[in-house]
Design a protein around this ligand. Structure first.
Ligand SMILES: Nc1nc(O)c(N)c(N[C@@H]2O[C@H](COP(=O)(O)O)[C@@H](O)[C@H]2O)n1
Ligand SMILES: [Zn+2]
Length: 384
């Protein structure tokens, strides 16, 4: 059989991994779904990132992605673009088509009505309202369904969504930059950007992909950060400050700049004067007592957030880890040495006595970023 125009575009690397589920064309189309889905990075919460591609006679006839909660799903955009040509076509989608009435009607019914012949799915939707029901509905209608093409990449794309559904909490990422000798500041407490501009660029991209970035009061006092994703990225996360007593500077960038919304979390009976000042500057203030990472994640879950980035100092980072508010660690290690017994490190006291008690990260990867090393790994999963 002659190759279709799309087959010809698939490069030899993908051909080499032909032992994975699906044909090279299937895998290339699923990667395209992921690429489309990523256009809405940071904007879909609490919904997942989803892209869809419709292919007929070796040509793409429709594409779409989910722009955010309340909007139509990716499949609907792709079907709209394909129009009547969707009859007998194959649709690729990185997440199982939904089968429920939520903010929008079920995509399974739209696919049946459009007359598609085949649906290729990246992963089963963990949302209990779907969870295999979309696949079953399509099969009942006589549509061929293939599940699990590029599944690992699809799961990685929606790791925050999966965590949110399984644990009813946002997905927490702890990000820090440290010197080769494990310091985030000098003994005098002086800190500045430790890493290279390339690493900073990745941090800005990460902020754009997250729904919120959290710091403690100490970081506001010492670093006066802006916590935005840089002007070239359009999405800024919600900037969250945790401060029990609101002993904070009145002129911090976080309340003087309006590029992103700011939320200050504090305890009941903290300074009413400071609260008034923040409210006048359009900063939201919410009291959560006791103010712990657990309470904060519970609250941010209620606010429909998917992912939060902890950019805090060592004491808060240690509490966030101890209270399972961190699932993934992203560490930048700069080839610098500052020394000093009392110079702070990225994670404070975890109360561990023995080296054998150390938390061992899983699925660890690292790569050079500019002159630094970027290491990524996951904390062991929580029991459910
Ligand atoms: N397959 C698929 N494509 C999309 O574009 C989606 N957004 C989803 N989301 C699933 O449906 C739930 C949200 O439904 P509403 O947007 O409220 O109608 C979400 O939890 C996913 O399970 N799926
Ligand atoms: Zn849907």
């Amino acid at each position: 059989m002659e190759n279709s125009p799309l087959d010809a575009q698939i490069d030899s690397d993908q051909m080499l991994s032909a032992s994975f589920l699906g044909t090279p064309l299937d895998r290339a189309m699923m990667q395209r779904c992921i690429e489309l889905a990523r256009r809405a990075l940071g904007r879909t919460a609490p919904n997942p990132l989803v892209g869809a591609v419709i292919v007929k006679d070796g040509q793409i006839i429709g594409e779409g992605f989910h722009p955010g909660a309340g909007n139509p799903h990716a499949e609907v955009f792709a079907l709209r673009e394909a129009g009547d040509l969707a009859v007998g076509a194959t649709i690729y989608v990185n997440l199982e088509p939904c089968n429920h009435y939520g903010r929008t009607p079920p995509c399974s019914e739209a696919l049946v009505a459009a007359g598609v012949a085949k649906v290729v799915v990246g992963m089963v939707d963990p949302d209990p309202r779907v969870s295999g029901g979309g696949i079953a509905r399509l099969q009942q209608a006589g549509i061929e369904v293939v599940v699990g093409v590029e599944e690992e990449a699809c799961r990685q794309l929606n790791e925050a969504f999966i965590h949110r559904i399984l644990y009813q909490r946002p997905f927490g990422i702890l990000k820090y930059a440290m010197t080769l000798d494990g310091k985030i500041a000098t003994t005098t407490g002086h800190s500045a950007w430790i890493t290279s501009p390339d690493a900073r660029h990745i941090v800005h991209q990460l902020r754009a992909a997250c729904d919120a970035v959290i710091v403690g009061g100490n970081t506001v006092r010492l670093d006066n950060p802006k916590l935005t994703s840089h002007q070239t990225y359009t999405h800024n996360p919600l900037r969250v400050v945790m401060s029990r007593n609101l002993d904070l500077p009145t002129d911090a960038y976080l309340w003087e700049t309006t590029d992103a919304p700011t939320l200050v979390l504090t305890e009941a009976n903290s300074s009413p004067y400071f609260q008034q000042m923040l409210l006048k500057k359009n900063v939201e203030v919410v009291e959560l007592t006791p103010l712990t990472p657990t309470k904060v994640m519970e609250y941010l879950y209620q606010r429909n957030l998917l992912s939060v980035l902890w950019e805090c100092g060592g004491t808060l980072a240690a509490s966030a880890i101890a209270q399972a508010a961190v699932q993934k660690v992203l560490a930048f290690i700069a080839p610098k040495i500052v020394g000093g017994k009392t110079a702070p490190s990225p994670v404070g006291d975890l109360g561990l006595a023995m080296m054998t008690d150390a938390i061992t990260l899983e699925r660890v990867t690292w790569r050079p970023v500019g002159s630094d090393c970027m290491l990524e790994g996951y904390l062991p999963p929580l029991p459910r």
